[in-house]
Design a protein around this ligand. Structure first.
Ligand SMILES: NC(=O)c1ccc[n+]([C@@H]2O[C@H](COP(=O)([O-])OP(=O)(O)OC[C@H]3O[C@@H](n4cnc5c(N)ncnc54)[C@H](O)[C@@H]3O)[C@@H](O)[C@H]2O)c1
Length: 325
């Protein structure tokens, strides 16, 4: 079984990818410092509790396990915090990624999957957004993701690194068996915020901006189920291991849902109203971010299974009611 190093494998998306890899003939080795992740998210898996910024820990992992590829999820991912504390973001998302890439170089590992983001596009100049759309990120978080994409391209040319950067739109939902799901220290994602407000574990949810140039005045986003993301990662990994070409690929569903639509669907699924507070726009929120996903279909033969937003929210609601971490 090929050993795959999964950095950030105890986090939200990483834990779903780890589960999927283990179920499909791969041997994931998780490296996570648990700054945001959870040991409970990866029961029965090999978990090395260390930072990717620690060259000695990386050397031990690469020496002990015959690593064939690296899937790199570890990063800080709070957009607002990246504005108030950019050093934290450049150090962890860019600086520590360089340390990881250096360890790979020293151990002759060249296959790399990177968690990039639609945040690299910035304010869309057209929609749906394809991979050729200009990349002008509007916050430090998005810039860290773009910088790593650029570093990877330089490393490909100079050192033969074979990478796929997957630019996710909004990850959503939880594993349908209810055992793993989203649990962030500071929750910023709309669906858990609405569901937690409905459940009463937070007093209310804020709706930022009702005067956007969208059908109902609220922001529109493209939500992709976390298990679909996991399948797409496996497809990208298999492509690279079979000699496929490096690429940057969007992962989205090509459907836009407004904030009001999401709130209404959460209320329908939970059977209860959400306490919503209407607030001013947040700086840096584009009105609409919807993916063009043709490249994922063509290059990875990937199509999402979850195309009904209600079904995505049902898995998130089940998680909110069962969560152990
Ligand atoms: N969630 C989304 O909608 C979304 C969208 C686009 C891109 N992404 C990217 O996907 C990746 C995973 O996102 P997530 O939502 O699962 O986040 P998450 O915070 O749940 O997971 C990140 C994990 O990385 C770990 N980590 C952070 N710094 C580390 C370090 N230096 N060494 C070792 N481990 C470290 C954390 O402990 C955590 O377990 C991130 O790179 C994020 O930027 C997420």
């Amino acid at each position: 079984m090929p050993n795959i190093l999964v950095t950030g494998g105890a986090g939200y998306i990483g834990s779903h990818v780890v589960r999927d890899l283990a179920e499909h003939g791969f041997c994931p080795v998780i490296l996570d410092n648990l700054s945001e992740g959870h040991r409970e998210a990866c029961p029965g898996m090999t978990l090395v509790e260390a930072s990717i910024a620690d060259p000695a820990a990386l050397a031990t992992v690469f020496t002990r396990h015959r690593i064939e590829a690296v899937m790199h999820f570890s990063a800080f991912a709070y957009v607002g915090e990246s504005v108030t504390d950019p050093a934290k973001y450049y150090q962890n998302n860019v600086g520590a990624t360089l340390t990881l890439l250096e360890a790979m170089r020293q151990h002759g590992v060249r296959t790399f999957l990177f968690s990039s983001s639609c945040a690299t596009y910035g304010n869309p100049v057209y929609t749906p957004i394809d991979e050729a759309h200009p990349q002008n990120p509007v916050n430090p978080y998005g810039r860290t993701k773009l910088m790593v994409e650029q570093i990877l391209e330089d490393y490909r040319r100079a050192y033969g690194v074979r990478y796929i950067a997957l630019r996710y739109f909004n990850a959503a939902g939880a594993h349908p068996d209810g055992t793993i799901g989203e649990s962030h220290r500071i929750e910023t994602h709309l669906i858990p915020l609405v569901l937690q407000a409905i459940k009463g574990t937070r007093p209310s949810v804020s709706l930022f901006g009702t005067d956007y140039d969208t059908p109902d005045g609220t922001c529109v986003r493209d939500y992709i189920h976390v298990c679909d993301l996991a399948r797409a990662h496996r497809a990208a990994l298999e492509l690279l291991l079979n000699g496929g070409e490096p690429a940057c690929i969007n992962l989205g569903v090509e459907q836009g849902h407004s904030v009001r639509e999401i709130i209404a669907l959460c209320e329908e699924v939970a059977g209860k109203k959400a306490p919503v507070i209407e607030a001013e726009r947040r700086p840096g929120d584009p009105p609409s971010l919807v993916a063009k996903a043709a490249k994922a279909k063509k290059v990875l033969s990937f199509m999402p299974d979850y195309t009904d937003m209600r079904e995505i929210i049902k898995t998130a609601w089940q998680w909110e009611n069962k969560r152990r971490y």
